[in-house]
Design a protein around this ligand. Structure first.
Ligand SMILES: [Zn+2]
Ligand SMILES: [Zn+2]
Length: 362
């Protein structure tokens, strides 16, 4: 193993990420070292890159897949009880603490810092996916990736799909045959599409742009798409959805666009006694005008979701491995070596990529 490793470091809002070299850390008892295969650029990374409140320096990258480089005295089995060896591909996280109030309630532990959100100025430095190695603090949560699953396909289990599975579960599920409208055709929207189909949706309509994303949505199983380049205003989109649903509205509408004004628009698309799910984002986009009378007048059940629990990653990976026929690996449209990390962010921000990934060891 090399003595040093490169990583892309956030050094301040609006500045390009810098490639820096760090010593490869020695392992504390129970910690493990991951050699990074792929780390996806998430919308929240792109946001953090431009935001003054983002702590610096930091190595981003929280949607990760890697191989075990050094197991140290860490766990010998993954969360399923399957044996782990060096060289195994894994999905990973910091484990939920099991002691906080959120853990007691079974949703979203906020105690241990997650890889990709940890400052890099102190040892062990390498704690984000955009680096050649990633140091996982003691007692990590680990899930082995099946040998016959491609790295791209496995990665999709930690990009969008797991959060959407959590959201749909919290919302009370999809009923067999439901018509589902998805606002947004990015990785979250496509994650919603994949999970809604798996859970029994009869018809999925994806609203978004540009055309390359809508084409991918169709390939991933969307029954219809609505191009916001053509249906430019909220009124025309609501009218279109009403037309497509025989004037009734959709059983379920999922907001994945992250556009502040989309919520009011989406509420107008839900049928009487339907469900509305808002996914992410972390950022506070401030007060927005919505008509609260939609909730009682249409008896709408509304739910929000931010992230997921390990159980959602397990189920997302298994389902994508065994149940999803769509070529979800094609969602990883752009792959970049570490040196081109800023070009990778550009492909994400210009929407040329669906999922752009860094391959730190390519
Ligand atoms: Zn993310
Ligand atoms: Zn906790």
């Amino acid at each position: 193993m090399a003595d040093t490793a490169k990583a892309a470091v956030f050094v301040g809002a609006g500045k390009p990420l810098e490639i820096q070299e760090f010593p490869v850390p020695t392992l504390a008892p129970g910690a493990i070292l991951v050699s990074m295969e792929m780390a996806a650029i998430c919308g929240s990374d792109a946001h953090a890159l431009h935001h003054d409140s983002t702590p610096a320096p930091m190595i981003f990258g929280h949607e990760n897949i890697g191989t075990i480089a050094d197991l140290g005295s860490g766990p010998r089995t993954d969360c399923m009880g399957d044996p782990l060896r060096e060289g195994d591909r894994i999905l990973f996280r910091a484990s939920p603490c099991g002691r906080c109030l959120n853990c007691a309630r079974g949703n979203f532990c906020m105690v241990p810092p997650q890889p990709g959100f940890i400052k890099s100025d102190e040892p062990p430095h390498l704690q984000g996916g955009f680096g050649q190695y990633l140091y996982l603090n003691p007692n990590p949560w680990l899930l082995k990736v099946p040998d016959d699953m491609s790295t791209e396909r496995a990665l999709v289990s930690v990009v969008g799909t797991h959060t959407l599975l959590n959201g749909l579960e919290r919302m009370g599920g999809i009923s067999l045959g439901d018509t589902v409208v998805i606002q947004g055709s990015g990785p979250m929207g496509i994650g919603g599409l994949i999970m809604a189909k798996l859970l029994g949706a009869g018809r999925c309509i994806v609203i978004g742009a540009p055309a390359n994303r809508l084409d991918l949505a169709t390939e991933m199983g969307a029954d219809d798409t609505v191009d916001i380049g053509y249906y430019k205003d909220a009124e025309s989109r609501v009218t279109k959805i009403q037309e497509m649903t025989g004037g009734k509205g959709a059983d379920v509408v999922i907001e994945c666009s992250g556009a502040p004004a989309a919520t009011e628009e989406g509420l107008e698309m839900v049928r009487f006694d339907g469900k509305y799910l808002i996914v992410g984002p972390w950022t506070d986009y401030g007060p927005q005008p919505i008509n609260p009378s939609w909730f009682p007048r249409k008896a709408i059940k509304a739910t929000g979701v931010l992230a997921s629990e390990p159980r959602h990653i397990i189920r997302a990976m298994r389902a994508i491995h065994n149940m999803v026929e769509a070529p979800v690996e094609k969602l990883v449209t752009h792959q970049f070596p570490l040196a081109e990390v800023n070009e990778a962010f550009e492909s994400h921000e210009k929407l040329t990529a669906m999922i752009a990934v860094i391959r730190p060891n390519a």
